[in-house]
Design a protein around this ligand. Structure first.
Ligand code: RIB
Length: 306
C-alpha cells in the first residue's frame, strides 16, 4: 500500500485526570477518575486520517515498553502503516498528563521521551515514504530540526505540506513559511505567530491575512466554539461557524479537524468541503472522552450528512 498521507510526529500515552476544574498553582485537587488513552498529536492525526478514509503512514519513535507496544497495536488496528515507527531500546514512550474539567476543557503537560528523539536521520531512513506521499503532515511536539528537515524534503519531493504548529515555541523560520501549503494553528498559536490577539473571527481574519503575507499559502485558524477562519491561496477569506455540539472533552479536537481536513483534501475535496468535513469530525469527537478514543469513523460522519 502506498500512503497518500504521511504523518511525521509524536505518538504518546495520555494519563487523563478528570477534575471538577483545572487546579491553581500550589493547590491539591481531588479528581473524579483516571484513565490511560492513546494520544500524541501526531498519533491522533494519523488515526483521524485513517478512520476518515485516507491511506496513511506514520514516522515516529516509541520506547521498547508496554505503552509503545499498545500504541503501535492501536494504530495497526486502524490500518495506519506503522513500518516507519521505530522502537528505541534506551527510551521510554512519550507521555502526557491531561487534566479535563467538567466543561470539557483541558490542560496538558507533555514529556516527549522517545518521540523527542525523532531526528532528521531517522526520518531520512524513511524518506521513500515522503517521496511517494501527496500530503505530509507535521506538528511541533517533535524536535524543530526534524520538522524543518521534513518540510524541506516533502516540499522538494512535491508533496503538499501541512503544519499544525502545536505546541508553539516561537516564530516560524521564513523558509518554513515559504514551504507550507496549509498552516493550521489554533487561536493561541495564531496569536503567537502573528502578534495579533486572536479571540474572534474578526481578529482571526487579521491574523490569517498577516500569516499569508508572511508566506504560508493557506492559513486555517481553528477557534473552538467560534469555528474556523480560512484565508486561502486564491485570495479568499471566509469564516466557517462551528457545528453545535455538547462537549464533554475537547482533547484532540484540533487533531481530528486536521485529520478530517487532510483526508477530505486527499480524496479530492475542495478546501471548503475539507474544512466542513474536518469540522463535522471534530464536532463528533468532543462529545466523547479521550484523544484517539474519541475519533469518529467516516461512516459516522456520512450518517450525519456531512
Ligand atoms: O492534541 C491533544 C494531544 O496533545 C494529546 O493526546 C496529548 O498527547 C498531547 O500531545
Amino acid at each position: 500500500m502506498t500512503a497518500d498521507v504521511v504523518v511525521v510526529g509524536s505518538l504518546g500515552m495520555d494519563f487523563v485526570f478528570r477534575v471538577p476544574r483545572l487546579p491553581r498553582t500550589g493547590e491539591t485537587l481531588k479528581g473524579q477518575s483516571f484513565s490511560t488513552v492513546p494520544g500524541g498529536k501526531g498519533g491522533n492525526q494519523a488515526v483521524a486520517l485513517a478512520r476518515l478514509g485516507a491511506r496513511v503512514a506514520m514516522v515516529a519513535c516509541i520506547g521498547d515498553d508496554a505503552n509503545g507496544r499498545s500504541l503501535r497495536a492501536g494504530l495497526e488496528a486502524d490500518a495506519v502503516d506503522c513500518r516507519a515507527i521505530e522502537s528505541l531500546a534506551d527510551q521510554v514512550t512519550g507521555v502526557a498528563m491531561v487534566a479535563v474539567d467538567d466543561q470539557g476543557q483541558n490542560a496538558i503537560i507533555i514529556v516527549p521521551a522517545a518521540y523527542g528523539m525523532l531526528s532528521p536521520e531517522i526520518v531520512a531512513r524513511h524518506s521513500a515514504l515522503l517521496d511517494r506521499a501527496r500530503f505530509v503532515v507535521c506538528q511541533m511536539e517533535i524536535p524543530a530540526d526534524t520538522v524543518a528537515w521534513t518540510i524541506r524534503h516533502a516540499r522538494r519531493a512535491g508533496a503538499k505540506v501541512v503544519l499544525n504548529p502545536a505546541p508553539i515555541l516561537g516564530p516560524l523560520p521564513q523558509d518554513w513559511l515559504d514551504a507550507i501549503d496549509y498552516l493550521i494553528p489554533n487561536e493561541i498559536e495564531a496569536e503567537a505567530l502573528s502578534g495579533i490577539k486572536v479571540d474572534s473571527p474578526v481578529s482571526a481574519q487579521a491574523a490569517a491575512r498577516h500569516l499569508r503575507g508572511c508566506g504560508a499559502a493557506n492559513v486555517l485558524i481553528t477557534l473552538g466554539a467560534q469555528g474556523v477562519f480560512a484565508a486561502t491561496s486564491d485570495g479568499g477569506e471566509r469564516h466557517y461557524p462551528a457545528i453545535a455540539a455538547t462537549a464533554v472533552d475537547t482533547t484532540a479536537a484540533g487533531d481530528v479537524f486536521v485529520g478530517g481536513f487532510v483526508a477530505s483534501l486527499a480524496s479530492g475535496g475542495s478546501v471548503a468541503d475539507a474544512i466542513a468535513f474536518g469540522q463535522a469530525a471534530a464536532a463528533l469527537s468532543v462529545t466523547r472522552h479521550g484523544a484517539q478514543t474519541s475519533i469518529p469513523r467516516l461512516e459516522e460522519i456520512m450518517r450525519k450528512g456531512a
